[in-house]
Design a protein around this ligand. Structure first.
Ligand SMILES: Cc1cc2nc3c(=O)[nH]c(=O)nc-3n(C[C@H](O)[C@H](O)[C@H](O)COP(=O)(O)O)c2cc1C
Length: 383
């Protein structure tokens, strides 16, 4: 399974074509839209989220709510495009009055992107480097989640830290986390910490600043032995880490208790092996991976998110034509995207898992895939 996506932030639409989804999967726009809505929520999002209420259109690969096995095309219209139709016109325009963006934001793709592609208007970079693109990746992830759901695999994300405020209780089950974040505006399990996180975001916003944080993403009921140790690029944890780093703002990825294990004795952190109707581990410090392969324990992966680059109290930068020092440009912006980034990363994990499963058990039909995975699970139990 693979996909390619396209679309500028204020262009007419975002598009993705996914190839390799088996036939026979139930899929409707509504199943995708609920994830799109989650991405748009979260304390700290900016004005754009009020303008856009993302809805996907499925324009190929599905008939009567069931996938056909042919490429699936997903489209999300940018409702804001009507306000940008001239600035973002596809066809040449004779004359146009608009502000050409010339002062790159520190921490964004503006300057290096312009140097790479030879652009003198930084809008030509920011329109694609913007995380607006993550909307379509969430839609793709929602399709992957449907494949996983048919195999009884679930993914989930929650926020461990925003700025300097972090949760202390870390021993919750998947279901407890799912329930606890339901009413949290920052997708955090602890209501007291949630409130402090919101205050912290408000403080940053008042000062024209931004904050980052740490997200945990989990997957449960993942079959053992996905991925492989035999070649570096077949290690599934490496593929997931790479895919996570592909999300805007992610600056670090670690599995399980990597921060703790790097400063502990081996005897304190290696997950002891036991047998109970199949091999299990007595703990999960390694976040569900050994040798680049799933070991049957829940996958637990954390992503460190930097504070977003656009600041309403901008830092100094340099005008790309005059070379004069100026305050960096401002593009309408959020002040904290950590909860939304969690929804994006959940989709990314879902896609990587579904892709790996299809690679391992390759099938053109969902019924055959389900049978193959069930057979594999049984053979792992019988080992
Ligand atoms: C969901 C999401 C929303 C984002 N929104 C903004 C934003 O409003 N303003 C901004 O400057 N950066 C935003 N970012 C971060 C930038 O897109 C990102 O920092 C930039 O593309 C440079 O990439 P890098 O941080 O990976 O180096 C967002 C990131 C995510 C994941």
């Amino acid at each position: 399974m693979r996909y390619l996506c396209s679309g500028e932030s204020h262009g007419p639409q975002l598009t993705a074509i996914i190839e390799g989804v088996p036939a026979g999967l139930l899929l409707t726009a509504e199943m995708i839209n609920k994830d799109l809505k989650l991405r748009q929520q979260g304390y700290g999002r900016g004005g754009r989220m009020k303008i856009e209420s993302d809805q996907v259109q499925i324009t190929s690969g599905v008939r009567h709510g069931v996938t056909l096995g042919s490429p699936i095309t997903l489209v999300i219209k940018n409702k804001d495009n009507k306000n940008w139709s001239e600035v973002m016109a596809i066809e040449p325009v004779s004359s146009l009055e608009y502000e050409v963006k010339k002062v790159p934001r520190p921490g964004h793709a503006d300057l290096v992107g312009a140097m790479k592609y030879g652009h003198r208007d930084l809008r030509n970079v920011l329109e694609r480097s913007s995380a607006r693109e993550t909307a379509i990746r969430v839609a793709v992830g929602a399709v992957a989640k449907q494949i996983l759901a048919a195999l009884e695999i679930e993914v989930l994300s929650h926020v461990l830290q925003i700025g300097k405020v972090s949760v202390t209780e870390r021993d919750l089950t998947f279901e407890q986390i799912q329930q606890a974040i339901e009413n949290s505006p920052v997708r955090c399990t602890d209501p007291v910490v949630s409130a402090k996180m919101c205050e912290h975001i408000d403080e940053a916003k008042q000062q024209g600043d931004s904050v980052g944080g740490i997200i945990q993403v989990l997957a449960k009921n993942v079959p053992p032995a996905l991925g492989s140790y035999v070649q570096f690029d077949r290690k599934l944890d490496a593929k997931i880490a790479g895919a996570f780093m592909g999300v805007q703002s992610v600056k670090g990825v670690y599995f399980g208790d990597a921060m703790l294990s790097s400063s502990s004795f081996g005897s304190e952190v290696h997950d002891q092996i036991a047998y109970d109707q199949g091999f299990i581990r007595m703990s999960n410090h390694y976040g569900g991976f050994e040798g680049g392969m799933t070991n049957g324990m829940p996958i637990v992966v954390q992503a460190m998110i930097k504070p977003i680059p656009t600041l309403y109290q901008p830092l100094n930068s340099v005008h790309i034509d005059t070379k004069a020092v100026e305050k960096s440009m401002i593009e309408r912006s959020d002040s904290c995207v950590v909860p939304a980034a969690g929804v994006v990363l959940e989709s990314v994990l879902a896609f990587e898992l579904a892709r790996e499963i299809l690679e391992e058990f390759g099938s053109s039909q969902m019924s055959n895939l389900i049978e193959a995975v069930n057979h594999h699970r049984q053979s792992m139990r019988d080992f």
